[in-house]
Design a protein around this ligand. Structure first.
Ligand code: SAM
Length: 262
């Protein structure tokens, strides 16, 4: 006999859909094309997901059914980009939670305005776990710098605002300056999880060389940009380093790369 509880759940599992935004597109042409795609899908148009340079359909999108991610999408304080990358955020949280069972601290290399770091502090109680969460960033952009000149980096108060955002989390350590120099001075002895999101292969490769030897088996690194063609220099430069340590990076449809240390 089918369990009544499961039967009810199966019957009450409506389709969900999401359309937020994409990067580097001609918006007008894209909307026309998407409308044709939807026409072609019939019933499954109710399951369209169009965001963060991905279009898919006929998926469950478990995270879009979770109040935590629904709140992110409805949060008026968050940027369109923070919302567009919600599938990436879900993946980040999933792996960061798994790593709480390992020895070692957490790192975010490329903190910017602190969105992904804030999400992890909401999901993980670093204080209870007695783990530190180190957030690295330049928190500025100056003429001649080779990292992306993101709008927020021109906010003179960015560093102070990010410090304020985390001032109730005594286990969050914010380190201003250039990776890998800052990492050399402050890298913890053991690292359970790292999110690497600096949009540039030079500091990312230097960081990978320093981080990998300090990770226990099962530790995870998420590279935010590894699978994006516009950042293919990261894939080209990171793969040989991972291979040198007997590791492999998995490319995800979200454009992230995942390395689970074996
Ligand atoms: C895409 S943003 C990070 C976004 C953030 N992880 C989030 O999703 O909320 C990239 C950040 O990397 C930082 N960055 C780039 N190169 C860096 C370097 N060599 N050292 C430290 N930070 C760097 C930039 O200042 C920028 O804030």
């Amino acid at each position: 006999m089918v369990d009544q509880y499961i039967q009810n759940k199966v019957e009450n599992f409506p389709p969900v859909r999401l359309e937020v935004g994409h990067f580097n597109i001609d918006e007008e042409k894209f909307i026309k094309g998407l409308s044709l795609i939807k026409e072609s899908l019939g019933e499954f148009a109710k399951t369209i997901y169009s965001s963060d340079n991905m279009i898919c359909w006929n998926r469950n999108y478990g995270f879009l059914r979770d109040p935590f991610y629904i709140n992110i999408l409805n949060d008026k304080e968050l940027s369109l980009t923070d919302k567009a990358v919600v599938w990436r955020t879900y993946i980040l949280v999933y792996f960061a939670k798994i790593c709480t069972k390992l020895v070692g601290d957490y790192l975010e290399l490329g903190t910017y305005e602190g969105h992904t770091a804030q999400v992890l502090t909401e999901k993980i109680d670093f204080n209870r776990l007695e783990k530190d969460y180190f957030l690295y960033d330049l928190f500025e952009w100056k003429e001649g710098d080779d990292h992306s000149p993101l709008d927020g980096l021109f906010n003179k108060n960015l560093y102070l605002e990010v410090c304020k955002k985390f001032n109730k989390n005594k286990n969050v350590k914010i380190i201003k300056g250039r990776v890998p120099d800052t990492l050399e001075d402050t890298i913890p002895d053991q690292i359970a999880f790292a999110h690497i999101d600096m949009n540039h292969w030079v500091p990312e490769t230097a960081a990978l060389e320093m981080i990998l030897p300090k990770m226990p088996i099962g530790a995870v690194i998420i590279f935010d940009d590894y699978g994006w063609y516009c950042y293919h220099s990261q894939k080209v430069a990171l793969d040989p380093i991972a291979n040198k340590y007997g590791q492999e990076i998995l490319e995800l449809p979200t454009g992230q790369g995942i390395l689970i240390k074996v």
